[in-house]
Ligand binder design. Structure first.
Ligand code: BG6
Length: 467
């Protein structure tokens, strides 16, 4: 619906940017840090490893000062479990001290830290010891780690996020095609771990806490009834499976029935569901990079997926579920040069769906335009495409607020350039350019992009100045 006047962003709205430890800190083995599964993952050929990344571990003061210059009142970052507990269970005082320093530095400038407890980087020691999330013990080890975070930072941090993009970790796990039950079992353990982490947070500190999945509205590829139903069903697998248990303490009904029908419903206990019922998120954080689009896919096409060789087909295969739906490229949606969707209307639709379904305050913890940037000879970076992308998404937020959605923050990806999950440092998202290439670390100088100056006005004006 069109409004004649849009509501302003509420007073105290959080404006900032996001990052994750393994993608920006570097210092991969310094000050007692242990290895995470990310440190040992094979590197995508032609892209940088995780050893130095943006060197934020050593330069966080400079980075936070630049965020303050942009008038951020929020910075979302993750704690590396392996920095504060190198083997996943034993504390490392130097690592613990590091995040005290980061948090204190944020507060020096009135920047609210929004702290992700887990962003893809499970301690490798736990993976080796018992297979990581496949084992129930991982729930207890994760909650103990969270307790250390609450004990240490609980008085200084107002917002914790449990697990970043659990849904992407699970859905993009290739084992889903060969040993599906195992992957849903890991997922179940993560759901219970998230619930127990929320319970512990509420017991130990006044901070608010919520999950941080990647959520998106799902469009049917056509108005064919089978496609419309496929969109509803994929919504259960892609989105609701990760939020219904956190908010309502239950699996989405139709999906639970399907899993039981196929004999792949995870092993659960009454105590698990008690935790799911008692762990209450205070808000929902979510990452958004464009809406999904699906068509109905009969189960008979499953073999094509299992045999998909090309990474592109393989990835879209992992976003498909034979007997339910297949993801398709939405030609009516714009795309970045990396094929990621640009869909601000989809953001408004996603905000509306989340608010109307769960009734919890929302914060966007990722959204952004990852493309190569050019550092000009005069030291400038003209990223008008990023400004355009962000402006349209912020406008969509304002429309959703006018719809009645309770949105309390916008924290795009990423505060400064960092290494993408699979496409290296060349795929840049930040307001601050880091002067390094894929393999040449150069001087790592921090350079303000055009978007830096633009976003500074947005933050300072509480979203009033978008031009
Ligand atoms: C999210 C992740 O999936 O998207 C981030 O939480 C990630 O870790 C971001 O970097 C952008 O994706 P990519 O693959 O371009 O780095």
């Amino acid at each position: 619906m069109d409004y004649r006047t849009l509501k302003p962003f509420p007073e105290g709205f959080l404006w900032g940017g996001s990052s994750s430890a393994y993608q920006c800190e570097g210092a991969w083995d310094e000050d007692g840090k242990g290895l995470s599964v990310k440190d040992v993952d094979p590197i995508v050929p032609g892209t940088s490893d995780w050893k130095v990344t943006s060197d934020h571990y050593h330069r966080f003061k400079e980075d936070i000062a630049l965020m303050a210059e942009m008038h951020f009142n929020e910075f979302r970052f993750s704690i590396a479990w392996t920095r504060i507990m190198p083997d996943g269970v034993t504390e490392n005082p130097k690592g613990i001290e590091h995040y005290h320093e980061v948090i204190d530095e944020c507060h020096k400038y009135g920047i609210e830290p929004v702290v992700t407890l887990y962003h893809f980087d499970l301690p490798q020691a736990l993976q080796e010891k018992y297979g990581g999330w496949a084992d129930r013990q991982c729930i207890e080890d994760f909650v103990n780690y969270c307790r250390v975070c609450y004990r240490e930072y609980g008085k200084k941090v107002k917002y914790f996020l449990t697990i970043n993009e659990q849904n992407m970790m699970v859905l993009f796990n290739p084992e889903r095609l060969t040993n599906e039950k195992k992957v849903w079992q890991e997922n179940h353990h993560m759901l219970v771990a998230g619930a127990k982490a929320m319970i512990a947070c509420h017991e130990m500190c006044d901070a608010k806490i919520g999950p941080a999945p990647n959520i998106t509205a799902i469009y049917p590829a056509t108005s064919r009834p089978e496609d419309v139903l496929a969109a509803m069903d994929w919504d259960q697998i892609r989105n609701r499976l990760f939020l219904d248990p956190a908010v309502f303490g239950t699996y989405p009904q139709a999906l639970e029935n399907l899993m039981k029908d196929k004999g792949i419903f995870p092993e659960t206990t009454e105590e698990d569901f008690e935790a799911l019922r008692n762990g209450h998120p205070d808000f929902i954080a979510f990452n958004y990079y464009g809406a999904g689009c699906v068509k109905y896919m009969p189960e008979s096409e499953a073999d094509d997926l299992a045999n998909a060789k090309e990474i592109k087909d393989f990835m879209s295969g992992l976003m498909s579920y034979p007997g339910v739906s297949a993801s398709v490229r939405n030609e009516l949606q714009e795309h970045t040069s990396y094929g990621m969707g640009i869909d601000p209307v989809g953001l408004r639709a996603t905000l509306r769906q989340l608010w109307e379904r769960y009734g919890l305050p929302l914060i966007i913890t990722e959204n952004g335009c990852g493309v190569p940037d050019t550092l000009e000879a005069d030291g400038t970076v003209h990223d008008g495409y990023r400004i355009d992308y962000l402006r349209r998404h912020i406008k969509a937020c304002q429309e959703a607020i006018t719809d009645g959605v309770q949105l309390f923050g916008y924290s795009p990806w990423s505060a400064f350039d960092l290494v993408s999950t699979h496409q290296g440092i060349t795929k840049r998202y930040g307001f601050i350019y880091i002067n390094r290439d894929e393999f040449d670390l150069k001087d790592m100088k921090r350079i303000r992009k055009d978007s830096f100056y633009w976003y500074k006005k947005v933050c300072a004006s509480n979203g009033r100045e978008l031009d």
